[in-house]
Write a protein that binds this ligand. Sequence first.
Ligand SMILES: Nc1ncnc2c1ncn2[C@@H]1O[C@H](COP(=O)(O)OP(=O)(O)OP(=O)(O)O)[C@@H](O)[C@H]1O
Ligand SMILES: [Mg+2]
Length: 479
Amino acid sequence: MTEPLPQRLQPEELKTLFLFEALDDEKLEWLSAAGRVEQRAAGTVVFAEGEEATCFFVLLDGMVSMHRQVEDTEVEVVRTDHRGVYAGATQSFVRGLDATRYPSSFRAITACTFWVVDAESFGERIREWFPMAMHLLEGLMLGMRNSQSMIAGRERLLSLGRLSAGLTHELNNPAAAAVRATSALRERVSKMRRKLAHLASADVDSEALMALTELQETAVERMVKAEKLSPIEVGDAEDALSDWLEAHDVDDAWDLAPALVAAGVTADWLSEVADTVPAELLADGIHWVTYALETEQLMIEIEDSTDRISTLVNAAKQYSQVDRATFQDIDVREGLRSTLTMLHYKIKSAGNITLVKDLATDLPTIPAHPAELNQVWTNLIDNAIQAMPDGGTLTVRTARENDHVLVEVGDTGVGIPKALHNKIFEPFFTTKPVGEGTGLGLDISYRVVTQRHGGDLRVQSEPGNTWFQVRLPLVRPTS
Ligand SMILES: Nc1ncnc2c1ncn2[C@@H]1O[C@H](COP(=O)(O)OP(=O)(O)OP(=O)(O)O)[C@@H](O)[C@H]1O
Ligand SMILES: [Mg+2]
């Protein structure tokens, strides 16, 4: 472990450290007597986060790094060999903070020499020497702590809010469609039962019944293969079918025609049917076939809606990554896709926004926290949408750039004046009306990209052409 040298720093040596350069001789004398020089071997943990904060350290020589535990990962906050930097019980002199534990871990990267002083007596002295500064500091630090915990709370709320707003909007449509289709289906099935009873009591021979059943099968097959018609073509086809049905004395022609057209049934096909089915059964037969087509269509609708619902639930799961908190190798395109799915309603309801997805086909995976990156994509895309109230083009692009993956979000909105390019990343900076923006989106994104992933977030903007660029390293930031 350590080999504390029984060595002191002389007042004039202490004066060369920026922290102490303005102190008078008396204070320097006290420090010189109170402190000691200590050495640590390369790779030593000088102190660990959460341990009782007993010492204040000033770096005299060597390279150190500072780390913080975030969830289950250790993140390097800073690495430096700057003589005079300090760490440890740096808040011991501020009362009312219960700063009795080290807020981070401190490591010697190379062999290091520190000037070390006992925190308690150092704190006491500082309070005595600078009473007014202490009051001001106390106020400042308490204020900072409060706003920090407020920000942390907001972060979770923000992403939760965005997630649930997106989800409820998106789930609403398919869920309502499934409910509608199910009740329509129930009605059709009961009509079909009645029609069947009618046919059975009409003394139809079994051969004709077989022909009708076969007809249903072929009609359903045709429906699956039916080409999609334009609205005008649909109108024309419905008119033609109605005419045919009326000419052949089939009742409710106007009611049957739309379902038949949707299933790709043509007048020619109906004429073929008329040739195979006994004339007295034609009307019932066509009703019968139509019910089959309608039920089939409703079932397809239900299937589509429920598929959509499960796609959304999957996207939400992917998006929130509830079950994965650690670094893992991910494909950023997956997160971008699920984020776009989540924001689909917003893009759509903003009106007139064209989405251009330009996702590189051969993108390497990167080590990342997927849920956090999804927050970044959400914030950037959200901002881009909000910047184009009158519509425009939203571009999401990925590319490999040397040893980074580059993700770009572009919009054709108003742009950001140069003078604000730094400001927009500050917490609570917003140009949006109260209640619309909190000004935290970019602050959170910046921290996620730089501190958590060792990446870089930049903006380029002129009116009509704004790009946010996220660069993420292919290898995990060292910690
Ligand atoms: N794509 C963009 N085009 C124009 N201005 C932008 C764009 N992105 C961000 N800004 C500006 O940056 C400011 C800060 O953005 P930020 O995302 O941090 O907060 P916000 O969008 O105002 O609120 P929220 O916390 O809800 O995201 C915005 O108010 C806006 O003025
Ligand atoms: Mg925003």
